[in-house]
Design a protein around this ligand. Sequence first.
Ligand SMILES: Cc1cc2nc3c(=O)[nH]c(=O)nc-3n(C[C@H](O)[C@H](O)[C@H](O)COP(=O)(O)O)c2cc1C
Length: 419
Amino acid sequence: MTRTTDFLAPARLGRLELPHHLVMAPLTRNRAEADGTPTDLMVTYYAQRASAGLIIGEASTPNAVGQTYPNVTAIHSDRHTAGWRRVTEAVRAGGGRMFLQLQHGGRVSHPATTGLTPVAPSPVPLPETIHTPEGRQPAVVPRELTTDDIRATAADFAAAARRAVDAGFEGVEVHSANGHLLHQFLAGNTNRRTDGYGGSPGRRVRFTAEVTEAVADAIGAGRVGVRISPGTTVNGIEEDDTAVLYAALVDRLKGLGLAYLHIVHADPGTEVYRRIRADWPGVLIGNPVLPALTTEAVGRAAHDMLAAGADLVALGRPFLANPDLVNRLCLGAPLNPVRDRYLMYVGGADGYTDYPALGDQPSRPSSDSIVALDTGRVARSSRATSSAAPSTRTEFCQVTLARSVFDQPRSSSSAMRFG
Ligand SMILES: Cc1cc2nc3c(=O)[nH]c(=O)nc-3n(C[C@H](O)[C@H](O)[C@H](O)COP(=O)(O)O)c2cc1C
C-alpha cells in the first residue's frame, strides 16, 4: 500500500477499495436480542455509519460459552447469520463495507448470562465483578480448556467466519485484544499452562495463531484481520514481557497473508509499536490514543497515525457519536460529544441511533470554524453544506479542506482554531 498522511484519500485493503483511510472500530453496544441476533435498531445504527471506509462490526461470539455480557451479538446460528445479513445489506446499500469481529470472552463471562461455566486457559478468575442480566456479580473461577476444547474452539471461530461471509461481511477480525480469551492465552498472569499452549511467549501465542490459521483456512487469509492491544491492563490482564510476546506473535502471523493487523491504542512513541510496524509486512490499522473528542484532536491523531506508518486509522467513540464523522472531519465541523457513558452499553435508540448528522440539527458547522480557513476553501465548504448534508459515499464531502489543513505543521495550522 502506498503510504500517505492524507486520511481522506482513497485507500486499499486487499481487494477492497476504500473511499478514505478511516475505519470504524468494533464497538459493543448491547442492542442485540437476548440470543445475540442483531435487531432492527442495529440495522439502522450501522447503516447510519456506512460512510466509514470500513466498519468492523462489534464483537460477536462464535459459541455460547464465549458470550461476555447480556445482549451482545453472536454468530453461531442461522438466526444470527440472517440477522447480520440485514445489517450488511443496509450498509452496502449506503455504499459501505463491513468486517465482523469474532470474540470469545473466556473468563469475561458469567453463568448468570450464559448458563455455562466460563472457560479460560487456566482457572484464574477475572478480578472484577461482571455485568449480568441480574446486575453486577463477582466473576466465577473459569474451567481450564483441554487441548480438545482448544481445537473445538478454533473450529468454532472458523465456522463463525464462514457464517460471517455468508451473512455478507467482507471478512472477519479475530479478537486477540482487551483481555478476552485469546489475550488470556497471551498474558502470563492468565495463562499458567504447562502444556504446549503455556510458558514461553512462543507457546502463549500459539492459540491466537491457530485460531487465525483455522479462520484463514475457512474463508481465505485475505479476509482475516487480527486485533491486538499490547500492554493493556483491561480485564485484569498483566503482560510482563510485552515486547517479546508481540514480536513472537507477529512472527507467527506474518507469513499468513492476512488482510491486516489492528493495534488498539497504537502509540507511535512506544518501542513496541515501532517494532510491530517494522516487522509486520502487511496492512497495519492503528487505533490511536485520542487526547480529546474534537474535530481537531481526532483529525490530528488520524494524520499522526498515518505519519507513524499505519495504513489505516480506526476510530471508536468518534464514530459512535457521529454517524457522519467523515463528513464532519472533511468540513471541519464540530463533533457531537458522547452523551452518556451509561448509554454506550445499555438501552434502545437513546444514545445509539439518535446522534444527529449535520443536516439533522439546526446548528450547521459554525461560521467560526469555516472562517478559520482560507477563502477558496470557505467557498467550497459552504457549497458542500448549503443543501442537505452529505450522507452517502457519492455525496461525501468533496472538498480537500481537512487534507490540506491537517498536512500543515502543527504550529501554523489554522485548523488549531476549529473543532
Ligand atoms: C462502547 C464501546 C464498546 C467497545 N467494544 C469493543 C469491541 O466490541 N471490540 C473491541 O475490540 N474493542 C471495543 N471497544 C474499544 C474500541 O474499539 C476502541 O479501541 C476504543 O474505544 C478506543 O478508540 P477511540 O478512542 O477511538 O474510542 C469498545 C469501546 C467502547 C467505547
